[in-house]
Write a protein that binds this ligand. Structure first.
Ligand SMILES: Cc1ncc(C[n+]2csc(CCOP(=O)(O)OP(=O)(O)O)c2C)c(N)n1
Ligand SMILES: [Mg+2]
Length: 559
């Protein structure tokens, strides 16, 4: 098989540029778009992209490109691809790399480098990117010869996609990109069905679950892998196990199930912990200890069975007593065959469920202005259809959305409880809007986090995305201010001023609106969605509820 841009050198030998071979290898992997900011070292690749089926989407900061590529991986299971120049551009990928690495999102980063055969610019702009990226990628390699491109690209995609997924970096030096080489065949990708859990492991888990008086299921971050969600929902339908989820496990079990007990957004003392503390065995599906602990294991608490593609990490607060390791969907089906209809389901969970969910409705319709976080979450849910996607940045509201926002479809509340970086909300929503143009997509950000990548409003407008950005304005790094108060430090140093967000949005060619009353949020969001295009809505938030509920009220839930 020859690559599309190959040609004969006159002696019958088919020749191709390294950059054309790279782009052909990316097409071979089904890549449709590449996000980033090219530099002069990437120009051969840019030219190869011009002649290809792949769309080059330039962003206004490499960090946003990496967040978009990572989110592509998260939502589709296929790596998103981003491109940057050497040194400064590549370093701007580091936060996105860590986001994908901790969050288990498949992603390929392509970075340029000065020529390795000649060094005409001495050390200008040269940073050892491979070394810098090694701890925050699954693999980081320099391409040192053009003929290795097909195998390296195939291997990069394999490594990025296979469990546990994550980012891979390929660095392409300028001279290797421009070099004419003998064409080399591409490596066709193929599916690799994974092994399922061993019968001995299934038997052990079965015995523990059949002996349990009050079993519960927990859906963790891994439960939201695109290929798993149907199998997991099926397992819950068959076993009728009541369940809760971690923050990143939200939505993994489909439907408005009567078995949902809540989301463990905090590690202890929240209402959902009444159910967790009551359980004697927790079947933990896809939990990844990169997440802030959903509960703290101790000598007295429930026993845990880990179900995962990989063995569980052992932590001070999480050390499972049994494990089902293997392809999670088929393994769960085998487990359901053994336990269906035979489990003890504690009827007290039904009563508890009512109490837990009722608590979350508290103040959800209060007409205080500025709005309470509970009201904001409530109103957002009103305007979002079941398959609408809410993409959170990082700030105080994340805890409120994780606790209070009900999800019915997988990956409809995208949040990052792993790196928990600010700045990813808007780029992740942009990627969601590109992948699902028929759905409503809402980015939710604080006034701090939004400004970390707000320049991408231009990219969103240029791409003609349909997207609403909701900014919660408290003129502060609210979450840190909250922690400062919790730790009894005086209020100091965390406030700031803001631009006029309405004018700011308008200046990008987007449309800005400000919510002026408690009852104004839902209709303003509705109007923004109906108008289409890139819309920004700014809502003032009253964060006094953070202390009242998350500190004072919950601290009474001891024991
Ligand atoms: C890149 C990055 N810098 C700093 C932090 C620490 N941090 C977590 S939340 C937060 C404040 C967020 O402020 P804002 O976006 O306004 O949201 P708010 O909490 O005020 O709603 C900070 C500084 C972080 N998580 N990520
Ligand atoms: Mg803020």
């Amino acid at each position: 098989m020859c690559s599309p841009d190959s040609r004969s050198n006159g002696d019958g030998v088919v020749m191709i540029k390294g950059s054309d071979l790279l782009v052909a290898a990316l097409e071979n992997e089904g890549v449709e778009r590449i996000f980033g900011v090219p530099g002069e070292e990437n120009l051969d690749v840019v030219e190869a992209l011009r002649k290809s089926r792949i769309e080059l989407v330039v962003t206004r900061h490499e960090q946003a490109a990496a967040f978009m590529a990572a989110t592509h991986g998260r939502l589709t299971g296929r790596p998103g691809v981003c491109i940057s120049t050497l040194g400064p551009g590549a370093l701007n990928f580091t936060t996105g790399a860590a986001y994908a690495h901790l969050g288990a999102m498949p992603m390929i980063m392509l970075t340029g480098q000065k020529g390795i055969l000649f060094s005409r610019q001495a050390r200008f702009q040269i940073v050892d990117i491979i070394a810098a990226m090694r701890p925050i990628t699954k693999m980081a390699r320099t391409i040192v010869t053009g003929s290795s491109i097909p195998t390296l690209v195939r291997d990069a995609f394999r490594v990025a996609m296979e469990e546990r997924p994550g980012p891979v970096l390929l660095e392409l030096p300028e001279d290797i990109a421009g070099e004419e080489i003998k064409d080399v065949p591409l490596v066709p990708p193929h599916d690799v069905p994974l092994p399922v859990a061993n019968p001995a492991a299934l038997e052990r888990a079965t015995q523990m679950l059949l002996a349990a008086k009050r079993p519960l299921l927990m859906a963790g971050a891994g439960a939201n892998r695109p290929r798993l969600t149907e199998a997991l929902s099926d397992f819950v339908r068959r076993t009728r196990l009541p369940f809760f989820n971690t923050q990143m496990g939200k939505g993994a079990i489909a439907g408005g199930s009567k078995l949902y007990m809540g989301t463990a957004a905090l590690s202890e003392r929240d209402y959902v912990h009444r159910a967790i503390d009551r359980a004697d065995v927790i079947l933990s599906v896809g939990h990844d200890t990169v997440e802030k602990p959903p509960f703290l294991m101790g000598p007295k608490g429930p026993k845990v069975i880990h179900v995962g593609f990989m063995p569980a990490h052992v932590e001070q607060v999480f050390y499972p007593n049994a494990e089902l390791v293997g392809d999670v969907g088929p393994s769960l089906a085998l487990l359901a065959d053994r336990i269906e209809g035979k489990l003890n389901i504690d009827p007290a969970f039904t009563t508890l469920r009512g109490e837990i969910l009722a608590k979350l409705q508290d103040r959800a319709e209060e007409s205080r202005f500025p709005l309470t976080p509970q009201r904001i979450v409530h109103d957002v849910r009103q305007v979002m259809p079941e398959d609408g996607m809410v993409c959170l940045d990082n700030g105080m509201y994340k805890i409120w959305f994780a606790r209070n926002y009900r999800t019915h479809v997988a990956n409809t509340l995208l949040l990052d409880n792993a790196l928990a970086t600010m700045g990813a909300g808007l780029p992740s929503a942009m990627m969601a809007a590109m992948l699902y143009p028929e759905r409503r997509v809402l980015a939710v950000a604080g006034d701090g986090g939004f400004m970390m990548n707000s320049q991408e409003m231009e990219t969103a407008v240029r791409l003609k995305l349909n997207l609403v950005v909701l900014i919660l304005e408290d003129n502060a790094y609210g979450m840190i201010r909250w922690k400062q108060a919790v730790d009894k430090f005086p209020d100091f140093g965390l406030g700031f001023g803001n631009p006029d967000f309405v004018k700011y949005a308008d200046s990008y060619g987007a449309k800005g609106r400000r919510v002026e009353s408690a009852d104004g949020l839902a209709p303003t969001l509705e109007a923004a969605f109906s108008d289409g295009g890139v819309q920004l809505v700014v809502v003032p938030v009253d964060y006094s509820e953070n202390i009242r509920v998350l500190v004072e009220e919950l601290s009474r839930n001891v024991g």
